[in-house]
Design a binder for this molecule. Structure first.
Ligand SMILES: *[C@@H]1O[C@H](CO)[C@@H](O)[C@H](O)[C@H]1NC(C)=O
Ligand SMILES: *[C@@H]1O[C@H](CO)[C@@H](O)[C@H](O)[C@H]1NC(C)=O
Ligand SMILES: *[C@@H]1O[C@H](CO)[C@@H](O)[C@H](O)[C@H]1NC(C)=O
Ligand SMILES: *[C@@H]1O[C@H](CO)[C@@H](O)[C@H](O)[C@H]1NC(C)=O
Length: 753
């Protein structure tokens, strides 16, 4: 009968001795509201990042982060008082950028008084803001330190541990601070090693960055960026965890990373969408990284179900020529199960704001409950058995060990997204543009000249210089900077920085060597430089940019000035939407009315805005429709057409299409014989986009589906906005004829650029 309590004790002891860690990072750059974090799903929440001042070696918070970081602990504890908040410390040089150089941090470790400053200020900062632990983010340390001496790293770790322990002896009413380290998936790289002994002594646990193994920026093959296993390579989580254990870090000090983001590649051949298929670089975002939230919305938009691959433990999906690899709930569950089986202490998610309805966090937490239930049932079974026969108890003990050794572990997180804007000095810009010379002038925009330039590092730039007289321009300048900070997508032009020195207001963009769409659109000989397939790529790119603005970014944006001259083309003729000077963010996709002033470009502004000041996402749908009609016809929208020269572009397209003569509208140089994008379907979809009533226009998701899918049904368009004639069957009370009575002098740009 003695085995009965022993078995019981053993089982309950091992499951309660160490709490299972359910941690997650919150990153300031995500701009995700801290009160919206579902703290109940976590045992630890890590606030990222605090930085180290390179001259004083003390911790500091970025001014813009301060309000979030200083209230973080109190806020997350409000909804879950038992959650433990930690403050994470960024170790690579500099506050911004994806810097893999940690030379300043390593230099700090070499000097005893620098170390002391760092350690003391870290403890003080944690206490000041109510954090109950500190996390050291040193995942990139080993990649650029071949010539650095890392032996003092261990000294720092040991001193930090001593300081934290002795702080406790001094004050008895506080809990001891937790110390954790974020490390590489594997402890060794190019024969540089973490000082595993002092890591093991000094930190409560190490959570490994078990993701970002492969990215579309560095590899032209689709890959499992957070592979738990990889039959053909050592770059996988299971290998890394085993290496850590082999080098002396106990499994009970290891936490696996879970990635709440995936990576998007552009496939070379859409018929080959396997893991490892040839690809040609990134898709969707600038570095290809996409949040789980975005992926879920994207999949829902296209009605696509992802595939689960158990060899690598990942999910992936293909949409057109885009391929996205990520962890859906299946992969997350298997990774948590792995962590349990391997005897690790928990998981850590990067980053919680990327979750979608907390689906991944819930799946991870439930896996834990399920496991504990199994244990409980197992324990009861064992008790029954043990109370009958001692020998069976022994077998049960053996069984339990075997079951546990079957379960698995892993965890992982995502590269921070950085604020890319920087202040660029006037003198640098003057030098880059050859003192704003005439030769460098690219053109004259709505609010001033645009110059081409080359920074001293060789980067080509475009500089928009606000004319001093433009009051309007200053509002637009502020708007542009605000949005550019929040919006990042491959189909949006990238703002590199700005300058506000000496009364100057300048915006600095990446340089687009192929000018803008209007350069090609209306010139018959330049049009021949692009065939229909190339035009399709451009149309798809514009759609992707708009989908991002409307559906997938955190904000819902109405651009309000979408036109050919605002679609810039990069070296590969990839389109990028530019000019967010008059863009608006709308809450909850609701319409908003503002009749102060009519902005936008004459001919591209939909009737509801001119008449009632209403703007919604359908504003940009309307502008897109016009652009599409221009692309397929090569015609301008402010000319008049038809045998009597009395029809505007929209009405002309409608009349021809309605009469079954749509091909007469189309530029004869375009040939869709071998394309899945049919030109007549494009006219029909474009006509839906420019309907009079904004509520009847399709959403961009619907537009995208109708254009991509040859078999999707396309409704019959009604007579477009601004028609001078009326169809009999349509409501006679509509007063679209009268729109011309609006004082068009208030439209900011009378002449399309
Ligand atoms: C790292 O940064 C330091 C200081 O900024 C610089 O001197 C060093 O060359 C850099 N190392 C690498 C590998 O980039
Ligand atoms: C690294 O630093 C330690 C401690 O300062 C020193 O003992 C060791 O010789 C150094 N190693 C190298 C290769 O410079
Ligand atoms: C996972 O993908 C790889 C590469 O395409 C393939 O070889 C393997 O059979 C797949 N595994 C499963 C279980 O489908
Ligand atoms: C991937 O392919 C693209 C297009 O061919 C090329 O521009 C790029 O340099 C390649 N990238 C890598 C990492 O090989």
């Amino acid at each position: 009968m003695t085995i009965f309590p022993i078995v019981l004790l053993f089982i309950f002891h091992t499951s309660t001795a160490q709490t299972w860690i359910k941690a997650g990072y919150w990153y300031t750059g995500s701009e995700f509201p801290v009160p919206n974090i579902n703290s109940a799903l976590f045992t630890h929440l890590i606030c990222a990042f605090a930085y180290i001042n390179p001259s004083t070696h003390e911790l500091f918070l970025r001014a813009s982060d301060d309000p979030y970081v200083s209230n973080f602990a109190a806020t997350v504890k409000k909804s879950n008082p038992s959650v433990i908040p930690l403050l994470s410390i960024w170790t690579p040089n500099g506050e911004y950028g994806n810097n893999e150089n940690s030379s300043e941090f390593l230099t700090m470790t070499e000097n005893p008084s620098y170390r002391k400053n760092f350690i003391e200020s870290s403890i003080k900062t944690a206490r000041r803001y109510g954090f109950e632990g500190l996390d050291l983010y040193v995942t990139t340390l080993l990649s650029t330190t071949e010539n650095m001496n890392t032996s003092n790293l261990g000294v720092l770790f040991d001193e930090w541990r001593v300081a934290v322990d002795s702080e406790m002896k001094k004050s008895t009413n506080q809990k001891k601070l937790i110390l954790t380290m974020a490390g590489r998936y594997s402890p060794e790289l190019n024969s540089v090693n973490y000082p595993v002994d002092s890591v093991s002594r000094s930190f409560d646990w190490v959570h490994v960055r078990s993701y970002d193994y492969h990215t579309p920026l560095t590899e032209n093959f689709t890959a499992a960026h957070g592979a738990l296993y990889d039959p053909s390579s050592h770059v996988n989580t299971d290998y890394g965890i085993n290496e850590w254990i082999k080098r002396g870090l106990a499994a009970s000090k290891l936490v696996v990373g879970l990635a709440y983001h995936g990576y998007a590649w552009t496939l070379r051949d859409p018929t080959n969408s396997a893991i490892g298929a040839p690809a040609k670089g990134v898709a969707i975002t600038r570095d290809g990284s996409v949040s789980y939230e975005y992926i879920k919305k994207y999949l829902r938009g296209y009605g696509v179900k992802p595939v689960y691959n158990s060899t690598y433990v990942m999910n992936y999906c293909e949409i057109g020529s885009f391929w996205i690899g990520f962890d859906d709930v299946e992969a997350i569950r298997v990774k948590v199960e792995y962590a349990k089986a391997k005897g690790l202490v928990g998981y850590n998610a990067w980053q919680v704001s990327n979750d979608y309805n907390w689906e991944l966090s819930k799946a991870a937490a439930q896996e834990e409950d399920k496991y504990n239930n199994h244990k409980r049932i197992l324990a009861i079974t064992l008790c029954t058995v043990a109370s009958i026969i001692l020998v069976l108890g022994c077998i049960a003990f053996y069984l339990r060990k075997k079951i546990i050794s079957k379960v698995n572990q892993l965890m992982n997180h995502r590269k921070p997204s950085y604020h890319n804007q920087q202040v660029i000095s006037f003198s640098d810009i003057r030098e880059a543009t050859n003192n704003f010379s005439e030769e460098n002038k690219l053109g004259e925009g709505g609010y001033g000249p645009v110059y081409k330039g080359k920074l001293s590092n060789g980067q080509e730039i475009a500089v928009k210089r606000l004319s001093h007289s433009s009051k309007q321009g200053f509002e637009e300048f502020k708007n542009e900077v605000t949005f550019a900070t929040k919006l990042q997508h491959v189909n949006l032009v990238k703002l590199l920085g700005f300058c506000t020195e000496r009364e100057e207001k300048m915006l600095i963009y990446e340089y687009m060597p192929n000018k803008s769409l209007d350069f090609y659109l209306f010139d018959p000989s330049r049009r021949l430089m692009l065939n229909w397939e190339k035009w399709i790529d451009i149309i798809e790119g514009i759609i992707q940019g708009l989908l991002y603005l409307q559906e997938y970014s955190r904000l819902t944006i109405v651009h309000r000035d979408l036109k050919a001259s605002n679609i810039l083309l990069d070296a590969n003729m990839k389109p990028k939407i530019s000019d967010f000077g008059i863009a608006k963010s709308v809450q909850n996709k609701e319409i908003e009315a503002n009749t102060d002033r009519i902005v936008g470009t004459y001919g591209c502004v939909p009737p509801e805005y001119i008449k009632q000041g209403i703007y919604s996402q359908k504003y940009d749908v309307y502008s897109f429709g016009i652009l599409l009609l221009q692309i397929i016809s090569g015609k301008k929208n402010y000319n008049v057409y038809g045998p009597h020269q009395n029809l505007n572009l929209l009405e002309y397209a409608y009349v021809l299409w309605k009469g079954g003569r749509g091909m007469e509208f189309i530029d004869p140089s375009l040939n869709d014989a071998f394309s899945r994008y049919k030109l007549t379907r494009c006219i029909q979809v474009a006509l839906l986009c420019v309907e009079e009533k904004w509520t009847q226009r399709p959403s961009m998701l619907e537009v995208s589906a109708m254009l991509r899918n040859e078999y999707a049904s396309v409704p019959m368009p009604r007579r477009p906005a601004f028609s001078t004639n009326k169809d009999n069957e349509e409501n006679k009370n509509e007063t679209s004829e009268h729109v011309y009575s609006v004082d068009i002098a208030t439209i900011s740009q009378l002449v399309p650029r």
